[in-house]
Design a protein around this ligand. Structure first.
Ligand SMILES: CC(C)(COP(=O)(O)OP(=O)(O)OC[C@H]1O[C@@H](n2cnc3c(N)ncnc32)[C@H](O)[C@@H]1OP(=O)(O)O)[C@@H](O)C(=O)NCCC(=O)NCCS
Length: 184
């Protein structure tokens, strides 16, 4: 694919359905074998779209949602938000980053990360944390390639499922680029 024809822009409420379609498709391929098939099969684009409509219409200005699109439409998205109560010292969070499978590994995820990180830094965030299912080796390699430091691995329960998650973080120095978080 030609990644140079892909543009990154802020999402609007009109993108809610497309974001939901990307999210459901990417979850079903990414989390196969990590999250039970019944859960993945039961995911609903409609209810996800309803949630994203709410986020994109009623959200505070410090929520940053960006989409990646080409002439055929939205093929990926990422979102971030400030944390009122910092987690492990980080006061913003990368809450989602998903691309349709055929568009992965073309540098688009890096561009989406840059957009969310730039917006959160613009809102005064000192750094950003992201949580990933521990078995999701591709996403972990992605965060590591982008300079994030591993913070913690821990069991967690989500929607009745027992999973293990890893937390990664980026510490930002005001005005001095991005520094990896230390694991210690
Ligand atoms: C994770 C994701 C957003 C990354 O976006 P992407 O566009 O595929 O990643 P990029 O092309 O920008 O990759 C940047 C670098 O990260 C690393 N990387 C990215 N994906 C990787 C993978 N699957 N395995 C190993 N390294 C990877 C590489 O170093 C890569 O550079 P390179 O391609 O020059 O070697 C995307 O692959 C995706 O949607 N994956 C499925 C959903 C997912 O897991 N989301 C995260 C949930 S926490």
């Amino acid at each position: 694919m030609d990644a140079s024809v892909v543009t990154i822009r802020r999402a609007t409420a009109d993108d809610a359905a497309a974001i939901a379609r990307v999210r459901v498709e990417s979850w079903r391929t990414t989390y196969r074998g990590m999250i039970p098939k019944t859960y993945l099969d039961g995911m609903s684009v409609e209810s996800s779209a309803a949630l994203w409509t709410k986020v994109l219409t009623a959200a505070p200005a410090t929520i940053s949602v960006f989409v990646a699109e080409d002439a055929d439409g939205v093929l990926g998205f990422a979102s971030g938000n400030r944390l009122a109560v910092p987690k492990l010292g980080f006061d913003s969070e990368l809450s989602a980053i998903y691309l349709r499978p055929e568009f992965q590994r073309n540098g688009i995820g890096r561009r989406l990360y840059d957009a969310v990180a730039g917006a959160q830094r613009g809102h005064g965030a000192n750094g950003m944390i992201v949580w990933v299912i521990a078995a999701n080796k591709g996403a972990r390699a992605f965060y590591e390639a982008l300079g994030a430091g591993l913070l913690v691995e821990q069991a967690f329960e989500w929607d009745g499922l027992d999973l293990v998650e890893a937390g990664y973080g980026w510490h930002w120095n005001a005005g001095h680029g991005v520094e990896a978080a230390s694991a210690g």
